[in-house]
Write a protein that binds this ligand. Structure first.
Ligand code: C2E
Ligand code: CA
Ligand code: CA
Length: 561
């Protein structure tokens, strides 16, 4: 007997979309279409549906409403749902995600994108379902043993109930964190740490009327409260908390910081409300002047944008949405372009060009930067090879090597293989390293950089002078070129100190036999100051912005015929 295919539900039976999906999935899914919400839920309860596609903007049925109803039904919590949105309708994209869609595809449907996203979403939801089961197994204890407050899961449950049962009350989620709690735990005994946590918990229990609010401990030193806004006085809460903790007489300044999310959207799960409060808290981390902060919509937009970046990155790489721009590095003494830096650009089909300043930090957080950097390096190698094949002159191109790369065991092998594949020599590819890589793990970095050097790659220290360990890194690693951080050039006209430091850096580099590139040169005056200080190369808008490869070639051939 033939094996039955898994079932896909198409909510909102649009004939064209149905045909497209049928074409894409004819061998992998049986597709059921349903016209209205009633039919959809019928289909869901009578079949084992593996994935749902929802068309938005329908006449008979509102796809967003359907998504919201689904999202509120715990039976379908981890059901993979993909919303189908018209290309360019960015508003629907964010609304669909907020209403609970796991992902988005746009019409006209692209087979590769649809299959890719489907696979991704299913894998993701299955993992979430597994996590949920594990959580449920662990959850028979409602109360946090140490503090007597609700534990995380119970807090989420009870807060959801209290918020939904009192729709007329404006609730706030308060997320609290103790500054440097780890230090306290290390400096004193664990018992002292525990005493602080218990004391804070007692305060919350006394302070919050259980009829109308509740408190919980989410993990370690993170507490959450759910209280009506009109009973919440944050200044007072923080002050009283300080006094209570002070009364313990511990000789260390223990401070609570808080983020507050006034519940504006009751349909989102409480864990997301807590995330929003925690997001507000993160904004003031390290800023001792401000002890609490309210969530605002700008944060949500940034988060949605970040979610979009994370959602789209893998596909974007496959879909060739990333390209490189080249910024010439110019030598005033000889009026030549002596090198170039490859800088990545993302041309997103819906959002247009996204700046690396925006997505690189996200990729550094989630690790994707390692893949993207490798893509950039290979693109640079292709570029060099194509010029060589055309009998054109080349200069070395520098690439950024983000700090996470230094944790990959095959970094050097990857680079050497690239050289082999494109028949290039190591001097053609210069590697830019920032000191954050050094701060992370100095021994590891020293080891790898030595291997690079043995293999002939030139090493540049990027953003020199912008961090804390620039000189240490310089002392311990044999670097070929210093790229002086833009901040120095920016100050050069106004600050004598910046001029002196820059002069010293250039002298230091000369003594150590290193080259210098100053970044961010924008004006003639800045250029004059710098050229008077010694022989340096410059990279900056004054000479040229980063250019598309075609434009770079044109400029280069003009300067270096
Ligand atoms: P960076 O490595 O310090 O690159 C120099 C940045 O300064 C580039 O910004 C460049 O466009 C900009 N710039 C150059 N001249 C001037 C000037 O005269 N004035 C001003 N205001 N800016 C100038 P971009 O391309 O936006 O890149 C920003 C950062 O993103 C880079 O800083 C780098 O840290 C990161 N990045 C870019 N591409 C890559 C990549 O392929 N891999 C990794 N890991 N990071 C990358
Ligand atoms: Ca750089
Ligand atoms: Ca730089």
């Amino acid at each position: 007997m033939e094996k039955a295919l898994p079932i896909m539900l198409l909510a909102g039976a649009d004939k064209n979309i149905h045909d497209d999906l049928q074409n894409i999935f004819k061998d992998t899914y049986k597709i059921i279409s349903a016209d209205n919400e009633y039919e959809c839920f019928n289909a869901l309860s009578n079949n084992k549906i593996e994935i749902v596609f929802v068309t938005l903007n329908l006449q008979i049925m509102d796809g967003l409403d359907f998504l919201k109803t689904l999202a509120q039904d715990s039976r379908y919590k981890n059901l993979p749902i993909i919303a189908i949105v018209t290309f360019g309708d960015f508003d629907s994209v964010s609304r669909a995600i907020e209403s609970g869609a796991s992902d988005i595809v746009t019409t006209p449907l692209n087979e590769m994108m649809v299959t890719y996203r489907t696979r991704n979403v299913i894998a993701h939801c299955q993992q979430a379902e597994k996590d949920k089961q594990i959580l449920e197994m662990n959850r028979y204890l409602e109360i946090d043993a140490l503090t007597g407050l609700y534990n995380r899961e119970t807090f989420y449950d009870k807060a959801a109930n209290i918020i939904h049962d009192n729709p007329e009350v404006q609730y706030c989620i308060v997320y609290l964190d103790i500054s440097c709690f780890k230090v306290v735990n290390d400096l004193f005994h664990t018992e002292t740490g525990n005493l602080i946590l218990k004391t804070a918990a007692d305060y919350f229990q006394k302070k919050i009327n259980p009829q109308i609010g509740l408190s919980g401990r989410i993990e370690a030193d993170h507490f959450v409260l759910c209280v009506p806004q009109d009973t919440l006085d944050m200044d007072r809460l923080i002050r009283e908390l300080d006094d209570t903790i002070k009364s313990l007489g511990i000789s260390h300044n223990i401070l609570f910081f808080a983020g507050v999310y006034p519940v504006a959207d009751m349909t989102i799960p409480v864990d997301q409300m807590c995330d929003r409060a925690s997001m507000a808290l993160n904004k003031i981390k390290g800023n001792y002047a401000r002890r609490y902060n309210f969530y605002d919509v700008g944060m949500r937009d940034r988060m949605l944008k970040e979610q979009m970046i994370v959602r789209d990155m893998e596909f974007a790489l496959k879909d060739n949405q990333f390209t490189i721009f080249l910024q010439p590095i110019y030598r005033p003494e000889t009026n030549e372009i002596v090198s170039a830096e490859a800088l990545v650009r993302w041309f997103h089909p819906e959002s247009g060009m996204i700046s690396p300043g925006y997505f690189i930090p996200v990729f550094e957080r989630n690790g994707f930067i390692v893949k993207l950097d490798r893509f950039v390096w290979e693109t640079v190698c292709k570029f060099l090879r194509s010029r060589l094949d055309a009998g054109k002159k080349i200069v070395p191109v520098s690439v950024n090597v983000s700090r996470l790369n230094f944790y990959s065991y095959d970094l050097l092998i990857f680079l050497l293989n690239l050289l082999k594949k494109y028949d290039l020599e190591p001097w053609m590819l210069k590697l830019e390293v920032t000191e954050s890589a050094y701060t992370d793990n100095p021994q590891q970095l020293i080891k790898i950089i030595n291997q690079f050097k043995e293999n002939g790659f030139p090493i540049l220290m990027d953003d020199f002078g912008s961090g804390y360990s620039s000189l240490n890194m310089l002392k311990n690693i044999d670097i070929d070129v210093l790229k002086v951080d833009m901040a120095f050039v920016r100050e050069i006209e106004h600050s004598e100190r910046a001029r002196i430091i820059l002069l010293m850096i250039i002298g230091l580099a000369r003594e150590l036999g290193m080259g210098v590139v100053t970044e961010g040169v924008e004006t003639q005056t800045q250029l004059d100051y710098i050229t008077n200080m010694g022989s340096v190369d410059i990279q900056g808008y004054y000479f040229s912005k980063p250019l598309a490869v075609k434009d770079f070639n044109a400029l280069f051939d003009k300067y270096n015929p």
